[in-house]
Design a protein around this ligand. Structure first.
Ligand code: IPM
Ligand code: MG
Length: 371
């Protein structure tokens, strides 16, 4: 038998722990019913790692992440750690993983399931059938640019500084992913920046255009200022196919896109690095939602985003499209039956459940579908 597929699970904090429990159960199910086995390691990240080791990610955990085929990440943060110095905050654990694994391409699909069309705050006729992909640059821009910091000026005022910076290669490699993704979807890329006020935005637009000219003329390319893009996402989201944008705009636009689907609890993501000579990419999969301290520990969180993130791992890291479809279809079937967690419980709900109930229901559908 081929070498086992290696996974590192980093549940993190808050509802991260609860939703990753459900992912584990689906992994166990796969092992039993689909005869695929995974080598699973688990470690701490975020506040949990701070409490245990005094750092949001130990060097050992970082090394483990570098050595596996895919990292499954829950969520980090919580009020307990809010007042720590910046460099020690739970979020630094996640940012370190992204940076050191060079996960520059963050895929955040926003799909509106028919069963949930009423869960969105937008009118059904605006969001029905929505299927868009936000591709967020994840290792550059203002998140990592230097100089950065807070300094005290001679007159006693303080000044906070961050730097938005992109190079040719950073833009080209993420734009290439956007064009490749579009070719497998509806063949349209919209690139979002602020070329009207930022030099980094001018460069972004020029480099995306140049790459398009060189290698991807078959794909339809448009450009939009990021503020207009935010507005268009609410006005007519179905005009988009793939939206490619920088780290900060992507953070914001993907939260907005998530709400088109009704709940942040529905949105998965994949963060990918460059392909090596064997075609393998480093990868981390995480729900877009955070640790949700307000509902943490209560068994109320929606595990769908985490389960769909695992489906993305099957698809992108393990070349298991059939199994990925199976997980996605099991989620869809569960929603069709009206089984919902609180965040998506609207019209059509027949059974309002918690995290475990939702996980159970998806497992039941998996068994039914794989039957
Ligand atoms: C996200 C989150 C993170 C980000 C936080 C937790 C650091 O909001 O993944 O969208 O800002 O990138
Ligand atoms: Mg965010």
């Amino acid at each position: 038998m081929a070498a086992n597929k290696k996974l590192l699970i980093l549940p993190g904090d808050g509802i991260g722990v609860e939703v990753m429990d459900e992912v584990r159960r689906v992994i166990d199910w796969m092992g039993k019913k689909r005869r695929v086995s995974f080598d699973i390691a688990e470690d701490k990240v975020g506040g949990a790692a701070i409490d245990a080791h005094g750092t949001p990610l130990t060097d050992e955990a970082m090394a483990k992440a570098q050595g596996v085929d895919a990292v499954l990440f829950g969520a980090v943060g919580g009020p307990k750690w809010d007042n720590l110095p910046f460099a020690q905050k739970p979020e630094r654990g996640l940012l370190r993983l992204r940076k050191e694994m060079e996960l520059f391409a963050n895929l955040r699909p926003a799909i509106v399931f028919d069963a949930l069309v009423d869960a969105s705050t937008l009118k059904p006729e605006v969001v029905k059938g929505l299927d868009i992909m936000i591709l967020r640059e994840l290792t550059g821009g203002v998140y990592f640019g230097t100089p950065r910091g807070i300094e005290t000026l001679p007159d006693g005022q303080r000044r906070g500084i961050n730097t938005q910076v992109y190079t040719t290669n950073e833009i080209r490699r993420v734009a290439a992913v956007a064009f490749e993704l579009a070719r497998k979807r509806n063949n349209k890329v919209c690139s979002a920046e602020k070329a009207n006020v930022m030099e980094s935005g001018v460069l972004w637009r020029e480099e995306v255009t140049r790459l398009h000219q060189e290698s991807y003329q078959d794909v339809e390319l448009s450009h939009m200022y990021a503020d207009n893009c935010a507005m268009q996402l609410l006005r007519n989201p179905r005009q988009f196919d793939v939206i490619v944008t920088d780290n900060l705009f992507g953070d914001i636009l993907s939260d907005e896109a998530a709400m088109l689907t009704g709940s942040l609890g529905m949105l998965p993501s994949a963060s990918l690095g460059a392909a090596d000579s064997s075609g393998r990419r480093k990868a981390l999969y995480e729900p877009v939602h955070g640790s949700a301290p307000d509902i943490a520990g209560k068994g109320l969180a929606n595990p769908v985003a985490a389960l769909m993130s695992f489906a993305m791992a099957l698809r992108y890291s393990f070349d298991m499209a059939e199994d990925a479809d199976l997980v996605e279809n099991a989620v869809k079937a569960t929603l069709d039956k009206g089984i919902r967690t609180g965040d998506i419980a609207g019209p059509g709900t027949t059974d309002k459940v918690g995290t475990r109930g939702m996980g159970e229901a998806v497992l039941g559908q998996l068994t039914a579908l794989a039957g």
